[in-house]
Design a protein around this ligand. Sequence first.
Ligand SMILES: *Cc1c(COP(=O)(O)O)cnc(C)c1O
Length: 487
Amino acid sequence: MKEMLIFDLSRNGRRGIRFGASGLPSKPVEELVPGRFLRREPADLPELPESEVVRHFIRLSNLNYHVDKNMYPLGSCTMKYNPKINDCTSDLQGFTSMHPLQPESTAQGSLRLMYELGEMLCEIAGMAAVTLQPAAGAHGELTGILLIKKYHESLGSKRNKLLVVDSAHGTNPASAAIANYDTVSVNSNAEGRTDIEDLKTKLTPDVAALMLTNPNTLGLFEKEIQTIEELVHGNGSLLYMDGANMNALMGITRPGDMGFDIVHYNLHKTFSAPHGGGGPGSGPVGVCEKLAPFLPVPVIEQIDENGNVSYTMNTDKPESIGRMMNFYGNFAVLVRAYTYIRMLGAEGVRRVSENAIINANYLLSRLLEKFELPYPKPVMHEFCLSGDRQKKQHNVRTLDIAKRLLDYGFHAPTIYFPLIVSEALMIEPTETETIETLDAFAEALLAIADEAENNPELVLNAPTETPVKRLDEAQASRKLNVCFFGC
Ligand SMILES: *Cc1c(COP(=O)(O)O)cnc(C)c1O
């Protein structure tokens, strides 16, 4: 189905609303607006009745793919269903009508929410203190790296390198570069985990920290985390955890207990805030005791005067790295995460992770029939298949498979990431999918694998069922090449 542009639906003189006279004394517009700002020609605006505007946008939303429509298996992105109650609470007028500059005494509820959310995040990750300011995961990484920098400066130690494992999210080396560090890549071993021998050779005295994702982006738990922790701390370096994958760990184990000094959370992944359309997100950062003095200001603190509890924003932190954002972070996302954790409770949070792991392993077991798994299972909350077999045997690439999935009514998984898997298909089902949905997704991918064998043209020309068909320049140029060679 196609949808016309709203301009093409427009007819002269149609109206959704007519403005009556305001009742205020009126002045000619030329007196109110300087002449050079006045439009000479009438604006080219669409003219439609309200009903047609509503239907137009509803039809557009139906053409769109979103997590309220079907499974969204983007590995590493944790596109889980977001319970609507979180939107209800973040929409409460008491929150939405707050002004960021209003006096603390009139913002006690909001401050308490932020304080308690911080406490819960600390508990979940085993950290001593947290900042809620960063606006996204990558922003949390930058915050964490600036904390690392400040810590080493406070010791008078000059260290200009950050180690990042080669399976890491691209934001890790990018954040390191923005904070003016040289990144050094640490290899993964044949199991898909950090190569300890390689780590040892790269842990030189100028290394400020190791950034590690656990479970890593292959969905594998770093089993040698204790050894890694000893090596890193033994070198006087800090251990940073990219906690975007906390969906696998909650209530089961904690980064703090593994010896991580810093962790960032992705509230818009693990803790249920809609994302995928560009935000707003939230990437709080938790730290161990010794890094707490460096956290961004203001720090939200609880004051207990003989049982009289209140909350305050403390900006008097001389060692702080300063502000990471104007005001206090993306507050509405904080309300959603708070609601989500409070609704689930400690037990529920653990079940989220358990079910995320079970779903991933179930789906993986169904897909092994047709797809290669380059690194051994079991996995945690996600897994990474390779489309090498389909490419080598049938010249159908992962990109083609991903596009064909759209015809089956599913969003594609993350593809070509992490870089250490060729023709990667990285799949994270999350805990919110039923077994029927997981089966339907598995059957779609298995059917596409059959098509790749028996009718590859079908896959190579996909998608054919979507409003916009194949839009891929690499494919277009490949066809051109074929044409040239054919000539
Ligand atoms: C999503 C993600 C990030 C970055 O988070 P943003 O909120 O997109 O900036 C970092 N690391 C990992 C492992 C991720 O999955």
